[in-house]
Design a protein around this ligand. Structure first.
Ligand code: B12
Ligand code: SF4
Length: 621
C-alpha cells in the first residue's frame, strides 16, 4: 500500500513555516536545559555488495539532519551514535553531561529494524523514574510505525512516540511538549500530559500508544500524513550535525566528548547531502513518489554551494553524495543548480577543484540533459547512479530501451562522468538469452560495453509503501520461511531471494552472484588498468577492486541461503505486513500508516483485540 496523499494543495507547509518554528523554539530553548541522544540502528549482517563500503564511511544524513535541527533550535547537548561504529552501545547505560538524557531517539531503515527494536527495548528497560522520552523516526517509522511498539507481551518495549515525518514534525512535537513542561519535570512526563490532553493530535506525522495490557499498548493513534517542507533552503544547515558525533568505539556507554572535528573527514569521507526530493515517475515497486506526495522539492544552487563550502572548510569534506531520488527530474531546476555550482568558488578556487559530487538520476532524464552533461561535470559531478532496472522494458515501461540506455551511458562517459547502473533481476528474466538482450548476463555485457563503471544487481523485492506490495503478498510470492529459517528484516535488501514464484528460486539467487562475477573479476580489472586513458581515468579499475572484495562478502553471506532455497521447504505469506495492535486516526477514522483490513478479514472472528482481526504476520517484535 502506498502512503495516502493529503488533500490536493495541502501537501506542503506554508513558505516560511519551518523557519518560524525554528525561531520560536530557539527562544524557548533558553528555559529548557535539554539533552538528547540520537542513535542510528544498523544491522551488520547487511554488509555486502553493492553498498559494502558506503554504508560505514558515510554518516547517514537522517540522524545528522535531526541533530542539526536540535542544535539549530538551541539544544546543542545532543550526541549522535551510529551502530555502524559503536556496535556495543546500550541506551540503558548512556549518560550525557553526567545524567541520563531527557530524550532518546532512534532512526532506522526497515532492514535494520531488529536492531532498532533492541535499542528501544533497552531504553524502555530504564527505571521509569529516569527513563528518557523515547522517539523513533526514519524510513522504517515512516512506513511501518506500528512495528516500533512491541505487540509481544513476552518481549515488551516501545517508543513513546513515532515520528512518521521529517524535521518539522519532530520540532512541532518538541514545541508542544515544552509548552506543557513545568520546571524540573521530565520530558516523558510532559509528553504523557500532552498526549492525554490530546495536544498532539494537531501535529500530523505522529503515532503514539494508549493503554497497556500485559506490557502491550491497547491502541495506537495515528495523527495522519505529514506536511512537507517545499523549499529545502528552509532546512537547518547540515554543518551542525557533524559536531555531535560519538567517536567510534567498543563501549556500551558514551564518551565524555563528541568526536573532534578533525576526525570527521577520516571516518566519513563521503558526505550525503539533501539536494532535491521526489521523482515524477510512478514505478509500481517504488514508494518514493507517494512518500513525497507527488511533489518535487529542491534546494537552491546557492545554498548547495554554501553547504559544500562550509562542510569543506570546517571538516575538510570533499566528496558529496546527493540524497536525490532523481536529480535530473526537472530540467530547468537542474540547470539552475548546476550552473550555480559550476560558477561557485571556495575562497577564490573553483568548487570543482575542491569538491566532487555524485547522485542518482534516470536514463530518461539523462537523455533530456545530454547536451548539458559537460556543464554537469563542470559543476563537480563525477558519477551518476542510474536505475536501468530492465533494459528491454518487459518488467517496467518507463520509456527505456537498450539503445537509449547505451546512448545515455556513452554520453556520460564522454563527458567524464561515470555511469553506475542499478539493475533489478526478476522471475521472468533468464540468466542468459540467445539472440536477445533479455538475459541478465546479456544486459550486463551491454552495459559494460556502454561504459558502466560499477554494477548493482538486486532481486525485485516488495518495498513497503509501494503499490505492488499488497498483491505480491496476497498472491503468495513472499516467503515466510525457507527450510525452517524465517525471513528476517535484514534479509529484505534485494540481496536475498525472499519473494518469487519461480520454480527454482535458488537459480535467481545464484544468477545475481553470476552477474556480479561476470562484471567484477580479474580479467576486467586488467582491462581497466590497460585502458586507463579514458575521460573517467582509473576509476573503473578502483571499482573493480572494491567490487571483487565486496563480492567475496556477498558470496559468504548469501550462499547458505541459496542452499536452503535448493533443499528447504518454502512457506509463504498470504497478507501484507500490518499493525498487530489496533490503530486508528485521531477522529477514529482509518489510520494513514496501516494496511486497511480487507472486507474478508473484517468478518473474521476477533483474534487479539476487540474490534480488530487479521492474520498475525510473524514478526520478531
Ligand atoms: C543515500 C541512500 C543510501 C546510501 C546510504 C548511505 C549512508 N550511510 O547514508 C546507500 C547507497 C548506502 C543506501 C543503501 C541502501 N538503501 Co538507501 N537510500 C538513500 C537515499 C537515496 C537517501 C538517504 C538520505 O540521506 N536521505 C536524506 C535524509 C535527510 O532523509 P532520511 O534519512 O529519510 O531522514 C529524514 C526522515 O526520515 C526523518 N528521520 C530520520 N531519522 C529520524 C530519527 C528520528 C528520531 C526522527 C524524529 C526523524 C528521523 O527526518 C530526516 C530529515 O528529514 C534514500 C531515499 C531518500 N531520498 O531519502 C534511500 C533509502 C533510505 N534507501 C533505502 C533502501 C531500501 C536501501 C537499501 C536496502 C538498498 C536496497 N538494497 O534496495 C540499502 C541498505 C544498505 C544498508 N546496509 O544499510 C530505502 C529505505 C526504505 C525503508 N523502508 O527502510 C530508501 C528510503 C529509498 C526508498 N526505497 O524509498 N542508501
Ligand atoms: S524512476 Fe526511480 S525514483 Fe522514480 S519512481 Fe521509478 S524507481 Fe522510484
Amino acid at each position: 500500500m502506498e502512503l495516502p496523499r493529503r488533500t490536493r494543495g495541502d501537501e506542503l507547509l506554508k513558505p516560511g513555516e519551518l523557519t518560524r518554528l525554528r525561531d520560536r523554539l530557539r527562544r524557548r530553548a533558553e528555559d529548557h536545559d535539554l539533552s538528547s541522544v540520537i542513535a542510528c540502528a544498523f544491522d551488520h549482517r547487511t554488509r555486502m555488495l553493492p553498498f559494502i563500503f558506503a554504508d560505514t564511511r558515510m554518516i547517514p544524513a537522517g540522524v545528522r539532519a535531526i541533530g542539526s535541527a536540535l542544535a539549530d533550535a538551541g539544544f546543542d547537548k545532543t550526541r549522535i551514535v551510529l551502530q555502524q561504529w559503536n556496535r556495543n552501545f546500550r541506551p540503558s547505560q548512556m549518560q550525557l553531561d553526567g545524567r541520563v538524557p531527557d530524550v532518546f531517539m532512534v532512526s532506522s531503515m526497515s532492514l535494520h529494524s531488529e536492531r532498532c527494536m533492541d535499542l528501544i527495548r533497552d531504553a524502555h528497560g530504564i527505571d521509569p523514574a529516569h527513563r528518557p522520552l523515547i522517539i523513533a523516526g526514519g524510513p522504517h517509522a515512516v512506513y511501518q510505525p506500528y512495528d516500533l511498539f512491541s505487540a509481544n507481551p513476552s518481549r515488551p518495549g516501545r517508543a513513546d512516540v513515532v515520528v512518521t515525518g521529517e524535521e518539522f514534525v519532530l520540532l512541532s512535537l518538541i514545541e508542544v511538549v515544552l509548552s506543557m513542561r513545568v520546571r524540573g519535570e521530565s520530558m516523558r512526563s510532559a509528553f504523557n500530559r500532552a498526549r492525554d490532553s490530546r495536544a498532539l493530535d494537531d501535529v500530523p506525522g505522529l503515532v503514539y500508544s494508549r493503554g497497556d495490557r500485559n506490557g502491550v499498548p491497547e491502541e495506537l493513534v495515528d495523527t495522519g500524513i505529514q506536511r512537507l517542507v517545499g523549499d529545502l533552503d528552509e532546512l537547518p544547515h547540515p554543518v551542525l550535525g557533524y559536531q555531535l558525533m560519538e567517536p567510534p568505539g567498543r563501549h556500551a556507554t558514551l564518551s565524555a566528548r563528541a568526536m573532534p572535528v578533525d576526525q570527521v573527514q577520516k571516518r566519513s569521507p563521503i558526505s550525503s547531502l539533501v539536494l532535491t526530493f521526489g521523482c515524477k515517475f510512478a514505478c509500481p515497486y517504488c514508494p518514493i513518489p507517494a512518500y513525497n506526495q507527488r511533489q518535487y522539492r529542491v534546494k537552491s544552487g546557492d545554498r548547495i554551494a554554501d553547504e559544500m563550502y562550509r562542510l569543506n572548510k570546517e571538516y575538510g569534506l570533499r566528496f558529496f553524495f546527493g540524497a536525490d531520488d532523481n536529480f535530473f527530474n526537472d530540467k530547468s531546476r537542474t540547470l539552475d543548480i548546476v550552473e550555480k555550482l559550476a560558477r561557485a568558488e571556495f575562497d577564490g578556487v573553483k568548487l570543482r577543484n575542491r569538491a566532487r559530487w555524485y547522485t542518482e538520476v534516470t536514463v530518461h532524464d539523462t537523455l533530456q540533459m545530454k547536451e548539458h552533461l559537460p556543464l554537469v561535470r563542470e559543476s563537480g559531478c563525477r558519477a551518476l547512479w542510474l536505475g536501468v532496472e530492465d533494459l528491454t522494458a518487459t518488467l517496467v515501461k518507463k520509456g527505456q530501451s537498450a539503445d537509449k540506455t547505451t546512448d545515455a551511458f556513452r554520453a556520460l562517459r564522454d563527458a567524464g562522468i561515470c555511469p553506475m547502473p542499478m539493475m533489478m533481476h526478476h522471475d521472468s528474466q533468464p540468466l542468459y538469452s540467445r539472440g536477445s538482450n533479455y538475459g541478465l548476463l546479456n544486459q550486463i555485457e551491454l552495459l559494460r560495453k556502454a561504459g558502466a563503471v560499477s554494477l548493482q544487481v538486486l532481486m525485485l523485492t516488495p518495498a513497503v509503501g509501494s503499490k505492488l506490495l499488497e498483491s505480491t503478498y496476497t498472491s503468495g510470492q513472499v516467503f515466510k520461511s525457507v527450510g525452517g529459517r524465517a525471513v528476517r528484516p535484514y534479509m529484505c535488501d534485494g540481496n536475498y531471494v525472499v519473494a518469487s514464484n519461480h520454480r527454482r528460486p535458488w537459480q535467481k539467487q545464484l544468477a545475481m552472484l553470476a552477474g556480479y562475477l561476470y562484471f567484477y573479476n580479474p580479467v576486467w580489472l586488467v582491462v581497466a588498468l590497460i585502458r586507463d586513458k579514458t575521460p573517467v581515468s582509473k576509476k573503473p579499475a578502483y571499482l573493480q577492486i572494491f567490487g571483487m572484495m565486496g563480492l567475496v562478502m556477498t558470496i559468504v553471506r548469501t550462499s547458505g541461503w541459496a542452499v536452503r532455497l535448493i533443499f528447504g521447504r518454502i512457506e509463504r505469506h498470504s497478507h501484507p505486513p500490518a499493525s498487530r495492535i489496533p490503530m486508528h486516526g485521531v477522529d477514529g477514522a482509518a489510520a494513514s500508516h496501516d494496511t486497511p483490513l480487507t472486507p474478508i478479514e473484517a468478518q473474521r472472528p476477533l483474534v487479539r483485540h476487540p474490534g480488530r482481526s487479521r492474520e498475525i504476520v510473524e514478526s520478531p517484535h
